[in-house]
Design a protein around this ligand. Structure first.
Ligand code: G3P
Ligand code: MG
Length: 249
């Protein structure tokens, strides 16, 4: 049914480290997390980088955008000092660095394909290709618990991922679940619906589970709320509060 971990650290190490950095993965490990969600966007030269916002200013110091900056330059930018002086010059990671780190530490990945506007299909195809090539042995072994789950809010990105590497599982991210969710999920060959817990109801959760889909929520930071939605049949969720909600929650 749900072969993946139940509790997943959001954006690397949640709020315990700068988001989408190797320092975040390290923070997750320190709290016992071997399951992580993070975001991948293409640089100007078409390389997947781990970053959430299309524009600089919030987590990456400076002006400009990911889609108009080459990967080598992004890797030299400061994605840490916004969080704390101790993290100054923590770089924007290459997606392949995240793969290497997660493989070495046996961390399961939920890779959110986060395309900049206009790069939906290109980003989905790139992430799918690199992920498939990096996990060919795990895919051949046929044990889904050992390979990543791709997800995206972008239908076009997931469709491109499906066309590039159909063997990689896909979760369809929906903020509010629309009436035609199942039709869209079927078109994408999605194995799971990933949704905002704030808009989920027990009835909707039951319908999604009865239709045979995995059900994953973002981003649950209150333990009581986590228990509540798990009781509705939700399979798992990501959290920023890895200090409050542990991997064995
Ligand atoms: O993948 C779930 C969650 O990360 C979606 O929202 O904005 O944090 O990427 P966001
Ligand atoms: Mg995300």
């Amino acid at each position: 049914m749900w072969p993946y971990p139940k509790i997943v650290a959001h954006r690397g190490g949640g709020t315990l480290a700068p988001e989408n950095t190797i320092a975040g993965l390290r923070a997750g490990l320190a709290y016992g997390f071997r399951a992580v969600e993070f975001d991948v966007m293409l640089s100007r030269d078409g390389i997947g980088m781990v970053v959430h916002d299309p524009d600089f200013g919030r987590t990456v110091a400076g002006q400009g955008s990911v889609a108009q900056t080459d990967a080598a330059a992004l890797a030299g930018m400061d994605a840490g000092s916004w969080f704390g002086e101790a993290f100054r010059n923590e770089p924007v990671p290459f997606y392949t660095q995240f793969i290497d780190y997660c493989k070495a530490q046996r961390i399961w990945m939920n890779v959110e394909i986060k395309p900049a506007d206009g790069f939906e299909a290109a980003t989905g195809a790139w992430v799918a290709k690199v992920t498939r090539d990096s996990y060919s042995a795990e895919l051949a072994a046929g044990d889904p618990a050992r390979y990543p789950l791709l997800s995206s809010f972008s239908f076009d990105a997931l469709a491109a991922a499906r066309d590039t590497a159909p063997e990689l599982p896909r979760g369809y991210l929906l903020d509010k679940i629309p009436a035609d969710w199942q039709q869209q999920a079927e078109q994408l060959g999605a194995v799971a619906i990933h949704t905002n817990h704030k808009h989920l109801t027990p009835q909707l959760a039951a319908r999604i589970k009865a239709a045979g889909y995995g059900l994953f929520c973002y981003t649950v930071n209150d333990p009581a709320r986590g228990s509540e939605i798990l009781a509705w049949g939700v399979d798992g969720f990501c959290t920023d509060r890895i200090d409050l909600i542990g991997p064995d929650f």
